[in-house]
Design a protein around this ligand. Structure first.
Ligand SMILES: [Zn+2]
Length: 130
């Protein structure tokens, strides 16, 4: 099931972004999932729960945002009605998928230490010593 390798990749990306911001915890991960991405949302969620305990972020929640497929004309960019024939009524050009085949990490809610917590303790004592 490729959902498992996708979730593994997702955790890698989350870990990289969390590390880049010095996050101590990840609360929630929001993923945009297109209906034509070829990913089963339930399997994806199951895979997330399977990976989570062994990940650096065992408390991270998954929020899946399902994205409907959107077709537009490849010639004149006119939007197609949902379920319509994929050929433009206006110019006859075929349809082009504008949205709905994506799997995107949209948002990470993470805990980042307050800046003052990172300040070395010695700076606070500088004028009170001696
Ligand atoms: Zn057209």
């Amino acid at each position: 099931m490729h959902e498992y390798s996708l979730v593994q990749g997702l955790f890698d990306e989350v870990a990289a972004q969390a590390a880049a911001r010095g996050a101590t915890a990840v609360r929630k991960v929001t993923v945009g999932l297109g209906e034509l991405a070829g990913v089963d949302p339930e399997l994806f969620a199951t895979a997330f729960m399977t990976f989570r305990p062994a990940s650096p972020y065992p408390d991270a929640e998954l929020s899946l945002r399902l994205v409907e497929a959107v077709w537009v004309c490849a010639g004149c960019a006119a939007p197609f009605q949902r379920g319509a024939v994929l050929r433009c009524q206006a110019c006859g050009a075929p349809g082009r998928l504008a949205a709905g085949d994506e799997l995107i990490l949209e948002r990470i809610e993470m805990e980042v230490p307050e800046p003052h917590a990172l300040r070395p303790e010695s700076t606070e004592r500088a004028h009170t010593g001696d």
